[in-house]
Write a protein that binds this ligand. Structure first.
Ligand code: CTP
Length: 417
């Protein structure tokens, strides 16, 4: 089974970000708990606000326990003295997410009705608003609902579209709440995004390649693609146009941004895709674990077992990175070096031989580094002879480090011509 991209430690940091999570009365309200867990794990501070009908579907205590904060349910609670909480909360929030959002709260937001805490807060809001609606199919296609959505979209409110699928009524169609993962991804893009790489076109490779032996077997490696995927996603958050060329990945990549995904299988297919796309990009991050050898012959039929030992004849694949700078010397090229011994010398040789600007050395034998882990420990070298040894970091943090280096190199390029 494919691992979700944002599970375990593979999450970007939302430390010191303030989010209001508004929960309204839909059967999908229970999914708000999972959405909330993602944000809390990412380090965000989340204030939950529930409407009265939401409380029929999920208990405030659940959301209170998960968020570590008292849930706001009433506009005029008997025991509270601060009567302008909606104004203070509107100032505090970096973003407001209504999840799930009923047709009712959407109508109130569109028309400016403020008759409970959440609708009043929406009227006072200063930060970006995201709405993840959930309702039955018939309601989702009603012209009144659609007109309200248009009004809010024109005001800059962002909608996180329904998922297709089975609804609580048994009907199949639009109306199902988007997956908690994609909701988290959309919000995170909005909360962490910057424009520091706007105008840059980044090509990223990720994952292993598979070299076929016969119709049912292949040679491959343990790469899952997490490092490359983290680079691609982090670059997208900085406003870059990203093309991700991926071998068979062991993770799900949220497809809610504008990233172009090209799926390939073999080293040869990856080479073709890279060489085809490189001329229209100015940065390449080659994080894929490309196979160095492939079977010389691919059997058309399934190979049968025999009494004798089997000898496999392998031939070398082409080195993709070595051809990239030959094809076009302009642009910034980042490689990875996966080494289990004499790593620093070998990484520096690869940096030179492959004509790279940067290389990230990692050792898959270290428990916190290499394939399938959520963390990585790299030693970073640049073409000017600089070396930096980094501590164990999440793969997103490593990606951010690499992108910072790319940005500095871009600035030097601008300064020095
Ligand atoms: N690479 C490539 N094409 C290949 C093999 C590797 O472009 N056919 C790239 C990888 O994506 C990585 C870099 O080259 O960015 C170094 O890969 P690595 O596996 O560490 O080294 P190799 O060059 O394959 O050499 P060796 O396996 O002998 O260490």
């Amino acid at each position: 089974m494919q691992e979700k991209m944002f599970e375990k430690g593979m999450i970007p940091s939302l430390k010191s970000r303030h989010l209001v999570l508004g929960v309204t009365g839909s059967i999908a309200a229970y999914k708000a708990c999972e959405v909330l867990r993602h944000f809390v794990k990412a380090g965000a501070e989340v204030q939950v606000v529930m409407t009265e009908s939401a409380r029929h579907f999920v208990g405030p205590l659940t959301l209170e326990t998960l968020s570590g904060r008292e849930v706001i349910t009433e506009l005029f609670p008997a025991h509270k003295t601060v009567k302008t909480r909606h104004v203070h909360l509107a100032e505090w929030a970096d973003g407001l997410l209504i999840c799930p959002a009923t047709a009712n709260i959407i109508a109130k937001a569109a028309r400016g009705i403020a008759d409970d805490f959440l609708s009043t807060l929406l009227l006072a809001a200063r930060s970006p608003i995201w709405i993840a609606p959930a309702m039955d199919y018939q309601m989702a296609v009603n012209p009144a609902y659609l007109a309200n959505v248009d009004i809010l979209k024109n005001r800059g409110v962002q909608f996180i579209d329904f998922e297709q699928g089975e609804l609580a009524s048994g009907a199949v169609g639009p109306g199902r709440l988007a997956s908690p993962e994609s909701i988290f991804y959309r919000l995170t893009c909005g909360l962490v995004s910057s424009s520091s790489l706007r105008g840059q076109r980044i090509l990223v490779t990720a994952g292993p390649t598979r070299e076929a032996l016969d119709p049912v077997r292949y040679l491959s490696n343990r790469s899952t693609g997490k490092m490359g995927a983290a680079c691609a996603i982090a670059a997208e958050w900085r406003g870059a146009e990203v093309t991700l060329i991926a071998g068979p990945l062991g993770i799900d990549i949220p497809q809610t941004g504008s990233m172009k995904l090209i799926s390939v299988e073999s080293a040869d297919e990856m080479k073709k895709a890279v060489l085809e796309n490189w001329p229209s990009h100015n940065i390449l991050v080659m994080a894929a674990a490309v196979a160095d050898y492939r079977p010389r012959h691919i059997s058309k039929q399934k190979i049968k077992k025999d009494q004798k030992p089997m000898l496999l004849e392998l031939e070398k694949t082409d080195d993709i990175l070595s051809t990239v700078k030959k094809q076009r010397s302009k642009g910034i090229v980042v490689g990875f070096a996966l080494e289990t011994e004499d790593g620093e010398n070998r990484a520096q040789e690869k940096l030179k031989d492959k004509g790279l600007d940067f290389i990230c050395l990692n050792n898959p034998m270290e428990p916190s580094s290499g394939f399938a882990t959520d963390t990585n420990r790299i030693v970073f070298f640049d073409s000017q002879g600089n070396r930096e040894s980094l501590p164990v970091m999440s793969k997103f943090e490593v990606a951010e480090f690499i992108l910072n280096k790319i940005e500095s190199r871009l600035r030097e390029g601008t300064i020095h011509g």
